[in-house]
Design a protein around this ligand. Structure first.
Ligand code: PLP
Length: 413
């Protein structure tokens, strides 16, 4: 497909998602599981930026058994798109949301007795079964039943008419730290044993996320919940174990404007970047409103962390921040200079030959914070087949060879 056509479809910037990479990664993860273990593909947060609807279709067609999202709206989006696979809502809902969750046939997470009662009430109200998974608090301290609450509640719930107890799960806080993970796994295992000793059946037991499934194969149980690995990324500090994942993601933008500036020229808002020697600047249609150049800042954990943080800040002040934001043009890096704007950014291309308006730049961006308003262009072996517009509308890319009848063909018989 040529650039002009792609730009007419998607505008001057877009995120390319390669379907075969998502398929590959799903197969790799499935290959780590023993057959009875099912795979729940986590597609929360717009499939970590890849676009939930198409990612869901790809994963389901490649062998995912279940989908996982966080919010009711995320579940509804998938149902509206015609996806009928089971979907687990991995967060508690507010009581007002429950009827819609049930009419959309979404599996509920139950994290408290009052949540269980609200689910049963909503089920009676809408005349549907509430399919539920109990969530156990084992160490993340986010949501869940205390381990001691599980057995008494589950024993009662077995007999509630509108409720189907399908599963039980927990979530790891620090899957890569062996001690902490071990304590959580042991706690979960003990809850499961207690349930079994009381003959309470909860068929689908699961605790592993990406790190957990890599590091604790003995805890795959009935299902694992994988996100990060499916999108071609390795969780922080997890071992790669020789796994070959593929990156499905490329964020591209076309240069809108190029101009030359003299030494000493202040650049961008606040003029806080001053060019040292005469150079050429290129403007790209990407800014912080798109999620570009946003960094997560968390409190330094120890003195080492603090020192690293300070060193970075000082280097940035001196203009020697090697980890500064950069884009790739024709295979070469070019720094983003001046403050990143809301929707436009400036790139110093003085060291590159022949940079022109219209040229394609590859941009790095934190994926889950990449705006849903950036079009997603789905490709198969590099060939676009579907565009998700900023409105959310899906537009198939029809090639003349496959879809549309050309005039000659129309009149040939
Ligand atoms: C996000 C999430 C996952 C997936 O985690 P990854 O580390 O991305 O695999 C699994 N379970 C729950 C409850 C989650 O919120």
């Amino acid at each position: 497909m040529d650039l002009a056509k792609l730009t007419r479809l998607a505008g001057p910037r877009w995120i390319e998602i390669e379907a075969t990479a998502l398929e590959h990664n799903l197969r790799v993860v499935k290959g780590l599981l023993q057959p009875p273990t099912r795979l729940l593909a986590v597609i929360k947060a717009d499939a970590y930026g890849a676009g939930a609807v198409e990612a869901a279709r790809i994963f389901l067609a490649t062998g995912a058994d279940y989908l996982g999202v966080t919010t009711l709206a995320e579940g509804q989006e998938l149902r509206r798109a015609g996806i009928t696979a089971p979907i687990l809502l991995m967060s508690p809902l507010l009581p007002e949301e429950l009827p819609q969750a049930l009419t959309n046939d979404l599996t509920l997470t139950i994290s408290s007795r009052s949540g269980a009662e609200a689910a049963a009430a909503a089920a009676a109200m809408v005349g549907r079964q509430a399919r539920v998974h109990l969530k156990v608090e084992t160490g993340l301290q986010r949501t869940g039943l205390e381990p001691g609450e599980v057995v008494p509640l589950a024993r009662e719930m077995q007999y509630w008419p509108g409720v189907q107890l399908e599963g039980i799960y927990s979530h790891l806080a620090e899957a890569a730290r062996p001690g902490a993970a071990r304590r959580q796994l042991d706690c979960f295992r003990k809850v499961i044993m207690d349930l079994e000793s009381q003959q309470v059946s909860l068929p689908v037991k699961h605790i592993c996320n990406s790190t957990g499934l890599l590091l604790h194969p003995e805890m795959h149980l009935d299902m694992v919940r994988a996100g990060t690995l499916l999108y071609g990324q390795f969780p922080y500090r997890a071992s790669r174990r020789g796994l070959e994942l593929k990156n499905p993601w490329r964020f591209k933008a076309r240069i809108l404007f190029v101009h030359d500036v003299a030494a000493g020229t202040p650049v961008g808002y606040g003029g806080d970047y001053v060019v040292k020697k005469a150079t050429r600047l290129a403007v790209i249609p990407v800014g912080y409103a798109d999620g570009f150049a946003l960094t997560a800042v968390s409190r330094p954990k120890n003195l080492n962390d603090l020192a690293r943080h300070l060193a970075k800040t000082i280097l940035a002040y001196l203009g020697r921040d090697s980890a500064g934001t950069a884009v790739i043009i024709g295979g070469q890096g070019a720094p983003v200079v001046g403050r990143v704007g809301m929707q436009l950014s400036i790139v110093d291309v003085g060291h590159l030959e022949g940079v022109k308006v219209g040229q394609v730049v590859e941009v790095d961006i934190r994926r889950p914070t990449a705006s849903a308003r950036l079009p997603r262009v789905y490709c198969r072996e590099g060939q676009p087949y579907l565009v998700r517009q900023p409105s959310g509308d899906m537009e198939p890319v029809v090639s003349p060879a496959k879809g549309i009848l050309l005039p000659e063909q129309e009149f040939s018989n």
